[in-house]
Design a protein around this ligand. Structure first.
Ligand code: ATP
Ligand code: MG
Length: 368
């Protein structure tokens, strides 16, 4: 029998998507989509997950659902090839979460390094505040998302690797305790290391909506220019003639993530490739303005078609809404089928199980 290849990815609607999402996951999704070697490609707007740390601000989540959809369509995800859905529409996911919670211990959840650092960042480790149960539990709910769609490949950034590992443990535990119904997923991370976790424009280790250090896919040219202008480079590189450092220099990190040789021909023909540019910077004699202008030209050329597609969909927002609704209905059916299989495997499908009543009668008889 031919193996079914399903793919699932998603994003939290906590803000518009940024260039970290682009290199970390969106670009890979578009590549996979256009290559077409899959059976179903699901893309989820994780609103329920976003509420785990935004319970008091549902407005923020609500406002960003269609914004994220606009970002998806503008990077080239195609509704004819991709099923978009919103997480809270799929109630089967909550039921699956409930059953998986019995297969994971609390210390195991709290050991998750991404959850640990997110708890610290949100101040949930302060004893007067405490961490919402839903928040520590979100890796389990993510396991429900992945398994409901029988996803084999998950294109993600590096911070999500512990979540996939948690899902794999749940799948193995479920399949060995009950029956082989769940598919073991594998993460797909970018080959280029810097793209696995793109730093923020403030130099923070990760560009993140919650850290307010992003270049958004929807930023206009002017905003892009001013963000790049403010970017941190090398504090010891004061005069152009000073030797400069590449390590920790965010402009070069971004060039590592986005620049291809073609960009030199187009925007900086005096150099052939990034190595040459780096060597010149290290030696001294190359100013920050030149490298920043180069980065601007590259990012602007990548963002221009994305902004144009966004404009089109912003003017056709009813169409965007319909795409999301239709995808959500399709996804619901798919997840309901998996839930049924899960309940069958666990033996809790009492009302569509012909054997259930007969077994009970026989048990009662043998006890008489
Ligand atoms: P939040 O701050 O609300 O958590 P976020 O910016 O971290 O938002 P998510 O919606 O949590 O974004 O992440 C969606 C996907 O994008 C995940 O696969 C994640 O690994 C990837 N991703 C997010 N930020 C980056 C980044 N800076 N570099 C590479 N990948 C990233
Ligand atoms: Mg995140």
């Amino acid at each position: 029998m031919k193996e079914v290849i399903n793919i699932l990815t998603g994003d939290r609607p906590t803000g518009k998507l940024h260039i970290g999402h682009y290199v970390g996951s969106l670009r890979e999704r578009v590549r996979i989509q256009n290559e077409g070697k899959y059976d179903n490609l699901f893309v989820m707007i994780a609103d329920s997950q976003a509420l785990t740390d935004n319970a008091g601000n549902p407005k923020k989540v609500r406002e960003n659902v269609l914004q994220v959809m606009l970002d998806y369509l503008s990077v080239g995800l195609d509704p004819n090839k991709t099923i978009f859905f919103v997480q809270s529409h799929i109630s089967a996911l909550n039921e699956l979460t409930m059953y998986y919670m019995n297969l994971v211990t609390l210390p195991r959840l709290l050991r998750n390094p991404t959850v640990k650092s997110e708890i610290a960042f949100r101040g949930y480790d302060d004893s007067s505040k405490g961490v919402p149960v839903g928040f520590v539990n979100y890796p389990i709910s993510q396991a429900a998302d992945i398994t409901a769609f029988k996803a084999k490949f998950i294109p993600v950034g590096e911070d999500q690797l512990p979540m996939i590992e948690q899902t794999r443990e749940i799948v193995k535990s479920f399949n060995s305790t009950y029956k082989e119904v769940l598919v073991l997923p594998e993460p797909v991370v970018p080959k280029n290391k810097v793209c696995c976790r793109l730093p923020g424009i403030d130099g923070n280790a990760k560009m993140s909506k919650s850290l307010n250090n992003c270049i958004y896919l929807s930023d206009d040219s002017q905003t892009l220019k001013s963000k790049i202008k403010k970017m941190y480079t090398d504090p010891s590189h004061i005069k152009i003639s000073d030797p400069g450092h590449i390590e920790g220099n965010i402009v070069f990190t971004y060039l590592d993530a986005f620049c291809v040789e073609e960009h030199f021909k187009l925007f900086l023909p005096q150099y052939e490739n990034l190595n040459q540019l780096k060597e010149h910077y290290k030696k001294g004699g190359l100013g920050d303005v030149t490298i920043k202008n180069f980065l601007f030209s590259i990012l602007d050329s990548i963002l221009t078609p994305i902004r144009e597609r966004r404009k089109y969909y912003e003017n056709n927002i009813e169409q965007v809404y319909k795409i999301l609704y239709e995808g959500s209905e399709k996804a619901k059916q798919f997840a309901n089928n998996t839930l049924l299989e899960v309940k069958q495997a666990m033996g809790i499908n009492y009302f569509n199980d012909n054997k259930f009543l007969i077994e009970q009668i026989n048990n009662l008889k043998s006890n008489i």
